[in-house]
Design a protein around this ligand. Structure first.
Ligand SMILES: *[C@@H]1O[C@H](CO)[C@@H](O)[C@H](O)[C@H]1NC(C)=O
Ligand SMILES: *[C@@H]1O[C@H](CO)[C@@H](O)[C@H](O)[C@H]1NC(C)=O
Ligand SMILES: *[C@@H]1O[C@H](CO)[C@@H](O)[C@H](O)[C@H]1NC(C)=O
Ligand SMILES: *[C@@H]1O[C@H](CO)[C@@H](O)[C@H](O)[C@H]1NC(C)=O
Ligand SMILES: *[C@@H]1O[C@H](CO)[C@@H](O)[C@H](O)[C@H]1NC(C)=O
Ligand SMILES: *[C@@H]1O[C@H](CO)[C@@H](O)[C@H](O)[C@H]1NC(C)=O
Ligand SMILES: *[C@@H]1O[C@H](CO)[C@@H](O)[C@H](O)[C@H]1NC(C)=O
Length: 402
């Protein structure tokens, strides 16, 4: 099939009359509605289809059920509506990028694509798909879509939904996602309400500017979960037991007052909580036992509960605008400097620090950073150093006990 793409000139192989499969060399370009007849009689278009920058008004490509390659519209300021009633499958990428006046995409039979990418389609209001039940990747950015509920995937690899000013709700039956999930800057003014009732595991997620993030079934985060600049007052992950290799971070969630992780036992990376100024109590992690990276807490909290903590491989660095001298003393008991050594890295605690909320990066004042360079537990060097330190302190503690 790829061989067909190697021939430079456009050539329809076989007769142009009604046929099951039309094989195109390279890409078929459609410049206006009349040219859509190039493919209208093909059941399967073997090749890719490009809608030209000069195509205008309503473009309908009904006829084919399948396009084995890509279907693309790029840098077009003239198309108003784009549709097909017959197309069920696009083997490659379905892409509209910088299609500035298109207001409606109606592909009512479309169920499967490799990827769907709608970028800079500022007037796009209507998206009607099969619904779409199979796609490895979804990118939707800079559109006027109010809903994306015709995307109905049980699983996917990558999803990136950003800068859709009118998008205020996102509800999906998504059960798992194996690469990355990014949400930010949707629903300008009101934020985005996200409901993912079936989501059980997710590789990496970066969630910003959402009003609600509901994940009642989430059990595992394989990589990292980051929540920045959200508008929710509370966040809970009632079923989350661990992150396999990455961090959990909450930074600059200005209304967040209640954080709940009742069954979280292990964080494979680090934990960063910073500049969530309404969060007065940090008791979300009272069942947390193991943190393979570092812990950094910055805020205006006056109470901190890490009563199950048994092992921190990196540093533990706390600072609050409030008086946390008691907290400092309690956690000191876990330190490697006079405590039982459960915290292998450097322990630092500062009470009544006016500037506690100004420090939101992932570097700790002890050893290395919370994320230690993306997904590794506190950076390889820091990790080794801390393990060695843990060893020494353990021996010292043992010796002094006799
Ligand atoms: C977007 O498309 C328009 C034509 O509609 C073109 O003039 C412009 O250069 C394109 N912008 C980018 C960033 O490619
Ligand atoms: C994520 O973790 C779940 C549960 O342990 C596992 O089934 C899944 O294969 C993991 N996914 C990736 C991408 O590592
Ligand atoms: C946790 O997940 C189970 C299914 O595994 C579900 O029955 C339960 O309702 C979930 N908990 C919450 C608080 O939603
Ligand atoms: C999460 O993202 C990091 C950084 O991009 C990457 O190294 C890691 O493999 C991802 N984790 C998973 C489980 O996909
Ligand atoms: C949205 O989130 C981004 C990333 O954290 C942040 O820079 C931006 O200020 C937020 N926007 C609003 C309106 O909160
Ligand atoms: C925080 O949320 C938990 C679980 O959703 C709830 O039980 C608790 O009452 C809330 N606490 C406050 C102070 O709102
Ligand atoms: C802390 O959050 C507030 C919003 O609540 C924001 O204005 C400020 O810039 C943030 N500070 C830092 C250092 O990110």
């Amino acid at each position: 099939m790829l061989v067909n793409y190697l021939l430079p000139a456009l050539a329809v192989v076989g007769s142009a009359a009604a046929q099951n499969g039309c094989t195109f060399s390279s890409t078929v370009t459609i410049s206006n509605q009349a040219e859509a007849t190039k493919i209208a009689s093909c059941k399967t278009v073997k090749g890719s289809v490009l809608i030209d920058t000069g195509a205008a008004g309503a473009i309908d490509i009904s006829g084919p059920k399948e396009i084995t390659g890509d279907l693309k519209v790029l840098n077009n300021g003239l198309i108003e509506t784009f549709s097909s009633t017959s197309l069920t499958t696009i083997g490659g990428d379905f892409t509209l990028r910088n299609v500035t006046v298109v207001s409606s995409i109606q592909f009512a039979s479309l169920k499967s694509v490799q990827s769907l990418s709608l970028q800079t389609c500022l007037r796009l209001k209507t998206l009607e798909l099969g619904p779409l039940t199979q796609a490895d990747e979804i990118i939707i950015s800079d559109t006027s879509l109010e809903k994306v509920d015709s995307i109905d995937l049980a699983t996917t690899k990558r999803m990136d939904i950003n800068n859709n000013r009118q998008l205020t709700t996102f509800t999906s039956k998504l059960g798992s996602l194996s690469d990355s999930f990014n949400l930010n800057s949707n629903g300008i003014g009101s934020g985005l309400t996200v409901t993912l009732p079936n989501l059980e595991w997710i590789a990496n997620m970066t969630i910003a500017n959402v009003t609600k993030f509901d994940v009642p079934s989430l059990k595992v985060v394989n990589g990292s979960a980051r929540f920045d600049s959200n508008f929710f007052e509370s966040f809970r992950a009632p079923n989350l037991t661990h992150t396999e290799s990455g961090d959990i971070s909450f930074v600059g969630n200005s209304k967040l007052a209640n954080l709940t992780f009742p069954v979280l036992k292990t964080i494979g990376g680090g934990l960063l909580i910073a500049n969530n100024t309404k969060l007065e109590e940090l008791n979300a992690f009272k069942n947390l036992r193991t943190v393979r990276g570092a812990i950094k807490l910055r805020g205006s909290f006056d109470d901190v509960d890490f009563s199950s903590l048994n092992e921190v491989n990196g540093a533990f660095d706390i600072s609050s605008t409030a008086d946390i001298t008691k907290v400092c003393d309690n956690i000191q008991e876990l330190s490697s400097d006079g405590g039982n050594g459960k915290i292998a890295g450097t322990y630092t605690c500062t009470s009544e620090n006016e500037k506690a909320n100004d420090d939101t990066d992932s570097t700790t004042s002890g050893s290395g950073s919370v994320d230690g360079g993306k997904d590794k537990p506190n950076g390889a060097a820091g990790f080794a150093l801390n393990s060695a330190l843990l060893g020494l302190v353990a021996i010292a503690a043992f010796a002094s006990a006799f």
